[in-house]
Design a protein around this ligand. Structure first.
Ligand code: BV8
Ligand code: ZN
Length: 245
């Protein structure tokens, strides 16, 4: 049983407004690779940053499509881990709770979280790169990228690529939750991708208590009020039990 600082426990017991930012580390114990982990197999030769861009898709649409098809299948086969469930539990205890996620794997929703802000989209959804229509079905195993039934445009994953803007509604809601929260958690993220990486600093500037839960130190670690280094799937359930029994 981990022992948490009493001042954090007492603060969380009284908190009514909490914002949580999660990154790929929260899904690591569900068997999904984080961005920093070396890619596997045939994808090992590519850097994610070189595939998750409109330029890459324009230059090699089939390569990018296949990378997402591979990751979509992994995400479909993944289950939420105790860290996802602990966050869904925490949400039930806090009147105003926002779960801001950089993850595209849909595992927070599967675990029962409700107020989820997907800043970088959702890999399980596919839309047309021209007219934006979402595709209900498509064929994955052809030698070319499937096309939109309405306008014949190339289909693409419904995620935010580098150099693409984040969805306005989700980002505004995330900024608002960050500005008004009493406690901000940064969990399983290396805190290098912007603008998500700026949220913890904004919370701090507004006087929130900032808590980091991550496998290793990050650039944020020296700036937070409490830092716990370890697996989120182990720390989060213990924290929820220590605060809310
Ligand atoms: C934008 C979807 C405006 C796609 C993703 C210089 C300064 C500031 C910004 C920029 C800059 N240069 C370029 C930019 C902009 C760029 C950016 O931030 N680049 C970075 C690389 C510097 N940002 C953008 O382009 C964004 N858009 O800014 O629009 C604009 C418009 C036009 C022109 C310019 C700008 C769009 C960013 C969104 C990109 N899409 N994902 C996909 O999934 O394929 S980002 C992707 O990478 C993920 O979603 C995630 O957000 C990010 C990876 O970060 P993490 O989630 O933190 O994962 P990571 O692997 O890094 O870390 C995991 C952590 O978990 C580690 O610390 C590890 O220790 C820990 N961990 C591991 N296991 C566990 C654990 N912790 C706990 N428990 C465990 N078990
Ligand atoms: Zn279309």
């Amino acid at each position: 049983m981990m022992d948490f600082p009493p001042e954090l426990i007492n603060f969380l017991k009284k908190a009514t407004r909490v914002a949580v930012l999660t990154g790929a580390g929260v899904s690591q114990e569900s068997g999904l690779r984080t961005f920093r982990d070396a890619q596997a197999g045939l994808w090992a030769q590519y850097r994610p940053e070189d595939l998750a861009t409109p330029t890459a898709f324009a230059r090699a649409p089939k390569l990018v499509w296949d990378w997402y098809a591979h990751r979509r299948e992994s995400a479909k086969g993944a289950q939420p881990n105790p860290g996802h469930y602990a966050l869904a539990e925490m949400e039930k205890m806090i009147p105003e709770f926002a779960l801001i996620t950089q993850n595209v794997d849909g595992l927070h929703r599967m675990a029962g979280s409700k107020n989820i802000l997907e800043l970088h989209g959702n890999i399980l959804n596919v839309r047309c790169s021209e007219c934006g229509t979402f595709a209900e079905t498509w064929v994955d195993d052809l030698e070319f990228v499937p096309r939109c039934k309405k306008c014949n445009g190339l289909l693409r994953p419904d995620v935010v690529w580098f150099e693409e803007s984040l969805p306005r509604v989700q980002l505004d809601a995330a900024i608002n939750a960050t500005r008004t929260c009493q406690v901000f958690f940064s969990i399983g993220t290396s805190g290098v991708v912007h603008p998500a990486a700026a949220l913890a600093h904004a919370a701090k500037a507004e006087g929130a208590v900032v808590v980091e839960i991550n496998a290793e130190p990050t650039p944020l670690t020296t700036k937070v009020d409490f830092a716990f280094h370890g697996k989120s799937g182990e720390i989060l359930p213990e924290l929820v039990k220590a605060v809310w029994g």
